[in-house]
Design a protein. Sequence first.
Length: 235
Amino acid sequence: MSDGVVDAVARALQLDDDERTYLYDLARAARPARRTPSRRKDIPVPPPVQWLLDPVTLSSAFVRNGRQDIVASNPLGQALHSPVFDSPTTDKHRYPNIARYIFLDPGAQDFFVDFDGAATATAALLRAEAGREPHDRALRDLIGELSTLSPDFRTLWAAHDVRIRHDGIKRLRHPEVGDLELTYPSLDLPVSQRAVHDLTLYTAEPGSTSEDRLKLLASLAATRTRAAELIDRLN
């Protein structure tokens, strides 16, 4: 299918920007390949990316790939997402995975105040990634795992919703500091041409209760980091 035909279909269906991009990805994947598609390799996050995250102390900062793996974070990012990092769904996997946590850990329904919205957005992000990287074996395995084990995921996956950009307001119920209402943007991170990564920053409105609680969590995270560094030096 040519780009002109795809564009005509997108106009006829009145697709939004994310849906249009997804349609182009599907069309490109369906075209005959001149050679066998190579398996996409995971691209390590370069050290300068971690150097960028570490000095950020009053915002939760983390990097995720298209499969929703958290591949890097600052201490506050790990503290904020401690339910994800500490989840049994993270055991035996290299990285904590937001999608696996949402759909396979019952605790996610307490952590995400708007659980339905988080689940819908996550399934739509995975749908977009599947169109962008149809030959990603790890992504196919993740989708198969979620489809097998989660009726909620099966329902949302069948809806074929697509989302590429992800930003807005997130309401979380953290086990240590309570309810948080945080604003977040997700920014494309040019790690490589073969892999999609985005940098997400969660911040609270100045002067709000959420800001006070986020500062408390940052203090707790800093204390734990210093304690861990001291233990390492002693060992």
